[in-house]
Design a protein. Structure first.
Length: 237
């Protein structure tokens, strides 16, 4: 686990991008159009991060529970992901963005998995911003996977009594990344929805009623200003 300090520097921003479907329904549009508008919002925030000294951006793109949605909506989301990689990869790479994926992408279509692997490979050395897409991701499943990994290490002879929190953190999808400083949730709900359960133990939370497609520079600046006004004590005085 990365060392915690009382710094007000926001290095890692995490976002639960909620409200796409309700944004579309409010306008009499198909839910898929809301997800498409949500991609535009993500593009805006990616562009704003480097200028605000944000080095890591992690977004909840598709949860393990999202498979329960109507098949047409799931297919639309996967098509958008394909389109996002096709249209944005070259520009993201040119702008120094490193793409990471958190989650189990095995259930995705082989062609999409190939695109994801390619995107991660060619951007792996980029340093300006690490953009992590949580795809088929669930915090509880991530913790279960980490526990299994530790169990296998014990079977191979490691003594569990010697393990520290860092040992579990090293088995998470976010290995090598700092914990989020700020978690933004759009759409009005006040819950973390199985997102980064281990990593957000001391993360500051900022929620807004604004639907994700309407989230832009003004809203981001408001969230960053609120963060700078917080006192981060990490359990201390």
């Amino acid at each position: 686990m990365m060392k915690k300090t009382a710094s007000k520097k926001l290095t890692h921003l995490a976002i639960i991008m909620d409200g796409n479907g309700r944004w579309a329904q409010k306008r009499g549009l198909p839910r898929a159009m809301g997800h498409r508008a949500g991609v535009e919002a993500l593009r805006r925030i990616v562009e704003l991060c480097p200028g605000n000294q944000i080095e890591y951006l992690t977004v909840y793109a598709f949860s393990t529970e999202n498979w329960k949605r109507p098949q047409t909506e799931v297919q639309a989301l996967m098509a958008l992901l394909n389109e996002f990689i096709d249209k944005e990869l070259t520009l993201l790479h040119q702008n120094g963005v490193c793409i990471r994926v958190l989650g189990d992408i095995e259930p995705l279509a082989p062609s999409l998995r190939k695109k994801i692997d390619h995107a991660m490979a060619i951007t792996a050395q980029n340093k300006k911003l690490v953009l992590s897409l949580a795809l088929n991701y669930g915090g509880r499943r991530e913790l279960l996977q980490a526990a299994k990994a530790l169990a296998y290490r014990a079977l191979k002879g490691e003594n569990p009594e010697n393990w520290q929190e860092d040992d579990l953190a090293a088995e998470l999808f976010t290995k090598g990344m700092p914990e989020p400083d700020l978690l933004i949730r759009t759409g009005g709900d006040l819950r973390v929805s199985n997102f980064l359960l281990w990593q957000i133990a001391y993360t500051e939370l900022w929620c807004t009623d604004i639907f994700w497609p309407d989230f832009g520079e003004e809203e981001l600046m408001a969230a960053l200003a609120a963060f700078k006004g917080r006192q981060r004590r990490f359990g201390g005085v």
